[in-house]
Design a protein around this ligand. Sequence first.
Ligand SMILES: Nc1nc2c(ncn2[C@@H]2O[C@H](COP(=O)(O)OP(=O)(O)OP(=O)(O)O)[C@@H](O)[C@H]2O)c(=O)[nH]1
Ligand SMILES: [Mg+2]
Length: 548
Amino acid sequence: MAYYRACLALPLRPLASGRMRFIATRLPRLPALSCQRWQSTTSDSPRTHDDSHETADLSHLNPEPEDYARFIFQDKCHVTMFAGAGGNGCTAYLREKYVEEGPPNGGDGGSGGGLYIQAVEGLTSLHKLARRGVIKASRGKNGQGKSKGGKRGDDILIQVPIGTVVREVDRYDPVTEELARLKKIREEPLPVDEDGEVIDFQPVRHDRWVLHPGANPSDFLTVQFPRLKPRRQAIAAMEPQAPIYLDLSQPMDKPMLLAAGGAGGLGNPHFVTRSMGRPKFASRGEGGMKLELDFELKLLADVGLVGKPNAGKSTLLRSLTNSRTRIGNWEFTTLSPSIGTVIIDDNRGRPLVESKRKRTHFTIADIPGLVEGAHLDRGLGLGFLRHIDRAGILAFVLDLSNGDPVEELQKLWHELGEYERLRNTKPEPTSEKTQGVIDWNASEPEFPDGESMSRPLNYQSTGSLPPLTMPPLHTKPWFVVATKADLEHTQDQYRALQDYLSAVQNGTEEHPSGHQDGWKEKLTAVPVSAIKGQGVSRILKLVMEFLE
Ligand SMILES: Nc1nc2c(ncn2[C@@H]2O[C@H](COP(=O)(O)OP(=O)(O)OP(=O)(O)O)[C@@H](O)[C@H]2O)c(=O)[nH]1
Ligand SMILES: [Mg+2]
């Protein structure tokens, strides 16, 4: 029975204890309406393949437009995250009977909570993460007397769907900043007074030291603070290199560290010297890192349905899976992508399709329809074209009853080609040509020429977000699903389409993408009537052949 995790960011117990404990809130079983990944054909639902269509109930293939599952979907979000600051060290002294002025025994502060990320199965949208906006790990507790160390801050774990790309936009690391400041001080010549004598003046660092509670603020001026470099937790060595760029296309067994919390401050015993047996100060905890991250979900499906609006993609998905996507006889019925799972072997006898690799299922992504000029952000195309990137196999869904399917196929390939061209070319923001064309690196920080920015975005990194690298679309296996074959006068259309595909395969026709090295193996058009569940089982066999 599927349960859905209620929250994405879950507090964890400190890693130092060697164990991470999820405090996962579990919901009672959610109604099917709230979920977007659909189980398939099997179980109690009627089979809708050729052999069983006469007896099966096909009403779900031609439902009322209202009979659909409502779901929230978000495939992009920007989140600001703060790692926890370290707790302060403590200034305390041993007090016992007959020991009036005992040695210092202030405990160290606890380190701050870290930020972790994990890609998990079962999530399909980033909307829960987007809703949080700002995520903060908790601060470490201060140290206490009697050498008691402070408690660690709670870690934060963000769980994201598989197929999420995480990119860093900006970061602020107080430790790096402090190191840079110290370096600058070292390099600068010491200030001299009117007589030419060096002024040994150290600015008071209230933010780096804590005095004994009984001390006067003026003690900040009299106490000689030692030189203390900012510190990091040892676990910070596991942080990914800046700038962060993660492509989480596989489920992760363990969470991955994004930013470790600030190190806890040191208690006063750390500062004992021969001349100062009872230091009156302890160090403050280091600040936590601030990360600004861009999350982008690229649906990871084995098959992506590409087609014009109203071609019948959602009906096809319904006939292959238990998906409850909306169907309607108008364009743009589907407004956000959804994934259906086709189970080909539920261990209840013979599998529907033989699988050499013992595959039990594959996934299909229904993507909103593409219109001409989708690459220029017309229709809904652009927002979702990128989901086609991640599909392993492209299934072009062509409506046999509406226009010339060959022409339609060529137009779809043209849109994909244009999208790919835009994706691969970096836009120049100043050039007139690119005005009105989509900025693929919208979150990329800009550095105006000749203008020195006091703190550029992502100042530790190279200053630009790396572009997403994807394999070329034309090299992916593809086939055509010729749908609405039940309608009249569609045979000729189908024949023309099949002849065209054979010609492309033989090399007599150019690949519709216009590339010489486009995929040309086993090019075929599968005639189906999705609304009646006829012919769809051939798609399963074809997909399995491609997958294996
Ligand atoms: N006769 C017939 N009608 C079909 C078939 N498949 C889909 N339709 C009808 O075509 C219309 C559009 O179907 P959808 O599945 O919503 O089309 P879509 O491609 O998902 O459309 P968008 O979501 O707008 O991109 C609906 O009225 C379906 O009932 C088919 O095989 N035969
Ligand atoms: Mg649809």
